[in-house]
Design a protein around this ligand. Sequence first.
Ligand SMILES: Cc1cc2nc3c(=O)[nH]c(=O)nc-3n(C[C@H](O)[C@H](O)[C@H](O)COP(=O)(O)OP(=O)(O)OC[C@H]3O[C@@H](n4cnc5c(N)ncnc54)[C@H](O)[C@@H]3O)c2cc1C
Ligand code: FES
Length: 336
Amino acid sequence: MFQIQIDGSSKQFSCAPDDTILRAALRAGIGFPYECNVGSCGNCKFELLEGELQNTWEQAPGLSEKDRSKNRWLGCQSQPCANARIKMREMEHYAPIHPPLKTQAQLLSKREITHDLHEFTFECDQAMTFASGQYALIHFAGVPGPRAYSMSQGGSSSKRVDFQVRLIPGGVGTEKLFTMPVGEQVEIDGPYGMAYLRQDAPRDILLVGGGSGLAPMISLARGALALAEPKFKNIHFIYGAREARDVCGLDMLEELPQWKTMGHYTAVVSNASEQETLSKGTERGYVHEAVARLHADELAQMEIYFAGPALMAQAMIKLLVDQKVPMNQVHFDQFY
Ligand SMILES: Cc1cc2nc3c(=O)[nH]c(=O)nc-3n(C[C@H](O)[C@H](O)[C@H](O)COP(=O)(O)OP(=O)(O)OC[C@H]3O[C@@H](n4cnc5c(N)ncnc54)[C@H](O)[C@@H]3O)c2cc1C
Ligand code: FES
């Protein structure tokens, strides 16, 4: 174990040589800013003042040449080789609600949701406590770097964790997962993520998922509709798919108590031709356009969660800024 001292603070934390600076800080309850955990967003940057680190992914897109020349590192991609002193801006908001832990896990079962989106259930050696909407990192043997996947169950403390993953052709992690035999072991590290259910928010809920962003939205719907004293009256779920055959999620929502009285589901398909007949309740277009069409006037009065590809997330952010939605009501994960 190495000791990592935060410059200008009395705080320090221990970091194992095979852990990362970001994750070890979060395990110690420190509010270390981050988002993706996989080297892409750049939110976990810090400056190394003393000591020695190694980079787990030299080419990580979250760090520019200028950053490197200024001795800046990514918290999610740096491991200690000695004690170190770092400069970072601690933000209480990022202190984990459930400290992340690493556990071995075994693949228990797989289930097809659509042709390329499957559900994978793992049994962990140790129970993971997480809030609805959070994600975990899966380390696959032989794959460089972990992959982030959102749990699809409502928040709980459970040895069983479910993920819903879209197969990316040529993707190293997803091809490994989709061909993995039941019984194989992985390492799971979590929970992470800030887009978790705000149980006390006194507003209707809008959940927007694009493609592989289904799981965290299903988790949030499950968590919200299981609350004993919900503070909202309606929960709106908008799912953006590329083709009609990608539309999914409604069957999982209809199983939930209270969905009938509080739930509203819309699917939006971006690549449907004018000739194609879409099922009832399915619209044409992009998911952010449907959000604007259906809810523009009420967005500022909603608690809004979204997840999916970065392009979709950027379009959602623009819409919400244009509509002057207070950013403390907006919670999202961009999938890199
Ligand atoms: C917060 C978050 C939650 C997500 N939740 C889901 C979900 O619920 N369902 C889902 O289907 N997808 C989800 N994703 C996307 C998922 O993590 C993967 O990016 C996607 O499955 C493609 O992985 P791949 O290995 O097949 O593709 P690849 O193209 O092989 O890998 C892409 C991913 O691996 C990382 N990576 C690539 N090379 C390296 C390296 N050398 N070292 C370290 N890291 C590397 C990249 O940052 C990127 O995250 C989520 C992503 C994020 C950030
Ligand atoms: S959290 Fe490290 S780059 Fe995104």
